[in-house]
Ligand binder design. Structure first.
Ligand code: NAP
Length: 247
């Protein structure tokens, strides 16, 4: 799958799944921009590891939940690399609590980062994709958005919202040769999964027919496919990558 000449923006590319997606897209020849919200050192490390693939790479600090920061992010990438061909809306957080104990601030922050962030980045980037009549938009949702999860009403709502958003935008943009798809990872070995309470983590692993956590590479592989011309006739879909957890 050859992505040379393509320009990709991966939000939340400093760690975990986003880091692996950025590296894998670079291996296939795309120039890479990643965004992060606080971990500058880790973002720079990712850029340094991408440079071995002889593609352009850059990072920008930008909170995806803030419109002015997303505008600055997209502008900076366009100025330094050019208009974006591949957008991966990966930045995401969880702030878990049972519904009756949930604080409205925890609800708002998760919805604003995961769902509003995906909307803000997509709206801005889609404008240039429409002009070029080309684009690949890949939204990282979660099995929690498909099946729900105890203690994650805010997170599940944000991720279910991304699935609906993916379908609506796929219909709006399909005639202009822009594909919009979502990936729903199961439990993937990253800082986010590490932070889960041990008993929740264990019960989630037990619910995986393949009996193990996924790796960030399992997600990055399908992103490369959805970013490539091999997936040109696929749009509006949510692909579960979860060892069989949801079927
Ligand atoms: P992670 O290791 O916690 O990394 C999160 C990334 O998002 C970091 O790069 C972080 O930047 C960035 N980020 C967080 N808030 C942001 C904001 N407001 N603006 C911009 N960037 C922000 O998470 P992960 O496990 O790799 O998850 C990546 C995506 O996969 C998320 O959307 C998550 O919901 C989804 N997912 C994960 C799992 C899993 O089991 N891990 C399962 C299903 C879905 P900093 O480094 O600067 O903090």
């Amino acid at each position: 799958m050859d992505l040379s000449g393509k320009i990709a923006l991966v939000t939340g590319g400093s760690r975990g799944i986003g880091r692996e997606i950025a590296i894998e897209l670079a291996k296939h020849g795309a120039s890479i921009a990643i965004s992060y919200v606080s971990n500058e050192e880790k973002a720079i490390e990712v850029i340094e590891s991408i440079q071995e693939y002889s593609v352009k790479a850059m990072c920008v600090k930008a909170d995806v939940s803030r419109e002015e920061e997303v505008e600055r992010l997209v502008d900076t990438v366009k100025k330094q690399l050019g208009p974006i061909d591949i957008l991966v809306n990966n930045a995401g957080i969880n702030m878990d609590a049972l519904l009756i104990r949930m604080k409205t601030q925890e609800w708002d922050q998760v919805i604003d980062t995961n769902l509003k962030g995906t909307y803000l980045c997509t709206r801005l980037v889609a404008k240039d994709m429409l002009k070029k009549r080309y684009g690949k938009i890949i939204n990282i949702t979660s099995v929690a958005g498909v099946a729900g999860n105890i203690g994650q009403s805010n997170y599940s709502a944000s991720k279910a919202g991304i699935i609906g958003f993916t379908k609506a935008v796929a219909k709006e943009l399909a005639s202009r040769n822009i594909n919009v798809n979502a990936i729903a990872p199961g439990l993937i070995e990253t800082d986010m999964a590490q932070a889960l309470k041990e008993e929740i983590r264990e019960s989630l692993i037990k619910s995986v027919p393949m009996g193990r956590l996924g790796s960030p590479k399992d997600i990055a592989n399908i992103v490369v496919f959805l970013a490539s011309d091999k997936s040109d006739y696929i749009t509006g879909q949510t692909i579960n990558v979860d060892g069989g957890m949801i079927m």
